[in-house]
Ligand binder design. Sequence first.
Ligand code: FAD
Length: 462
Amino acid sequence: MSPKRSGMKKRTFLKTSSMLMAGSLLAPLVSCNSSSQKEKAVRTNWAGNLEYSTENLHLPKSVEELQQMVKDCDKARALGTRHCFNTIADSNDNQISVQHLNQVVSLDEQASTVTIEAGMSYGQLCPYLHERGFALHNLASLPHISVAGACATATHGSGMRNGNLATVVTALEFIDANGALITLSRKTDPEKFRGAVVNLGGLGVLTKLTLAIQPAFQMRQDVYQFLPLSQLEENFEEIMSSGYSVSLFTDWQTDKVNQVWIKRRIEENDTEKAAPTFFGASLATKNIHPIVELSAENCTEQMGVPGPWHERLPHFRMNFTPSSGKELQTEYFVPRQHAVEAIRAVSQLKDQLGPLLMISEIRAIDADDFWMSPCYQQPCIAIHFTCEQNKELLQQVMPMIEQALQPYEARPHWGKMFAMSPTRLQSLYQKLPDFKALLMEYDPQGKFRNDFMQHYIFSSET
Ligand SMILES: Cc1cc2nc3c(=O)[nH]c(=O)nc-3n(C[C@H](O)[C@H](O)[C@H](O)COP(=O)(O)OP(=O)(O)OC[C@H]3O[C@@H](n4cnc5c(N)ncnc54)[C@H](O)[C@@H]3O)c2cc1C
């Protein structure tokens, strides 16, 4: 990365912070009916690349109010914490956020489950669980996203044996298009449940989720720099299995992977020193940011310092609360048996990626049984790209990435940018007909069907 590019990123970072302070994204809320409250509302997504197509944001304070709202609206779409980069959460008519419904409903220690209201974020839930001696199995790179929104798009962390974040959902409650309160659980409705958890926001408005939990655990995080690509290709399984959760960060510009983040589960008071080298990579001697030129102050503690699961699994700290960031993300899932070939194929695009890419991250995700999950019945790796906010350039480069990964049946992340045609996307999901039937059952008139759903799920155009 040239000093010029790194300077540009620092400027972007500073600009983002000042936008936050100025609160320049605030816009007036327009009511759709009498039950809406007049409040100030942010009308863009987190990255600021998308202005939502409606001014109507509804913020119910109770389930009853929400039910009435859904009945009153002809068209509506649930909105979470706005972290998707594409139009999956958008609506031309009404968005409904359950951000005020954000309490823990119950903690069942016997069953090892927690039931939460759907407006809760991981940042709110994790400390609650940890204080009571419990943990979730995995987390995404940052904790500020809502649990409902994350599960809807099959958001994932990393780990060869860790399924995506939705895999710990055991039951959910939502309001369907008639305003009726529906509960589905893995135990009582196994078939529908597999279609309903990764729901792309199409099923209705989620009000509650029950999640499987486990005893709280300690972790340490060690970072290595400059892993030779040849080592990665020869030892992929071993490298990705070297911790509970492993992330590779690279800009593809050399024959080395820039950083390997290894997150290990440990016993209390683990003081073992990390090995100085790892498959030819060297142990970092201080905390570093995935983009090495940026300050690591917002990153979770590294250098092998033991800490609780929720302060090591995400890359970024809970108390760092970015409410917008000038970047664009795209990501593709490839079945794990093609991991090495897929990485090699992307590395061929280094010149095209160079001017656009801030950093790539490669993670492992275990298989699951959710119809619309990119990891449906297949363990995957995900190759992620954090890019400069240059939509035109990204739109030129994404088809190249998709073409390079096409032989491996790559599926895009539902919440990030992609260029794939609906026909191609639909052909990658064998359970799509069942998913459409499930949506039709709870939403026969398409009340919750936005343009994204119409285009990618229901259309038959190319
Ligand atoms: C900085 C950053 C880091 C990220 N890191 C990761 C990562 O590590 N791993 C990863 O896989 N992804 C990652 N993502 C992507 C992100 O996790 C997903 O886009 C996720 O869906 C965001 O959830 P949200 O609530 O913010 O989404 P929103 O954009 O608000 O909504 C997402 C979807 O969920 C639906 N939805 C939200 N709430 C409800 C509800 N109550 N009822 C029904 N449907 C609902 C919406 O309709 C929409 O379809 C990241 C994104 C950003 C911006």
